[in-house]
Ligand binder design. Structure first.
Ligand SMILES: [Fe+2]
Length: 243
């Protein structure tokens, strides 16, 4: 199963937003939509999310899901804006409760922000499955960067959030409240145990060394070339210990 994937790039935050489409049923999912926030003026706008909405409308695609790979620290989510325009359920990992609990304490807003994930339509547990038309998706819990981080596996494609970057970008930072390098290590082994030709799609690309934008790679390429994960060539294709 090789789903059609449309990419949107948001230069101010180096974020990639994806639409996964099932043309036969005219259903789709959006992954990690952005809401624009101008730091200088403090203004919010929805131009990036509106671009996604316009594309979906032009293609005649109805929306089943708006999927968050994790709670983002660097940008606001356009999920609610897109939901108001097109419907669809907003989903995130059930670890969002732990993230909300950590951040509510940091900012002293425990009373105003219930740490129960009730702001979302669906909380995915590890291994949860979902459908986009005839496509079947699976949520893998891959914490470390954040406790709620998920990798969405849809056909031969996997959307890894911030857990992993292009091979020259290494892997996630773990210094946010609740971040955990040990969990990240185990999550990376889990992702790397996916089939070697799995298409991997990044949530961000910071264009190390000023190179051109890149956001798609494979398990084989990550195992061979990732700056933090290099695997000896004679081990390529063999299962990782602890995977
Ligand atoms: Fe992130």
């Amino acid at each position: 199963m090789r789903p059609e994937i449309k990419v949107f790039y948001h230069p101010p935050t180096s974020t990639l937003t994806y639409v996964v489409a099932d043309r036969a049923s005219a259903r789709a999912a959006v992954i990690d939509p952005v809401l624009d926030y101008d730091v200088a003026s403090g203004r919010i706008s929805a131009s990036a999310a509106d671009e996604v909405i316009a594309w979906l409308r032009a293609q005649g695609l109805a929306l089943d899901w708006i999927l968050e790979t994790h709670a983002h620290a660097d940008h606001l989510s356009g999920a609610q804006h897109i939901k108001r325009a097109l419907g669809g359920k907003v989903a995130i990992g059930e670890g969002i409760r732990s993230v909300q609990d950590h951040f509510a304490r940091v900012f002293g807003v425990e009373a105003e922000v219930p740490a129960d994930g009730s702001q979302f339509d669906q909380l995915f547990a590890d291994g949860a499955s979902f459908r986009i038309g005839a496509l079947e998706g699976r949520a893998l819990h891959t914490p470390g960067h954040t406790d709620d981080s998920l990798t969405y596996v849809i056909g031969d494609a996997a959307f890894v959030g911030d857990t992993m970057f292009m091979p020259d970008g290494g892997t996630a930072r773990c210094d946010f409240p609740g971040g955990d390098a040990r969990k990240l290590y185990r999550s990376l082994q889990r992702i790397l145990a996916l089939p070697a030709d799995t298409r991997l799609f990044m949530c961000h690309d910071y264009q190390p060394g000023g190179r051109e934008l890149r956001y798609e790679t494979t398990i084989a390429a990550e195992r061979a070339e990732n700056a933090y994960l290099k695997v000896p060539l004679d081990q390529l294709g063999k299962p990782f210990k602890g995977a």
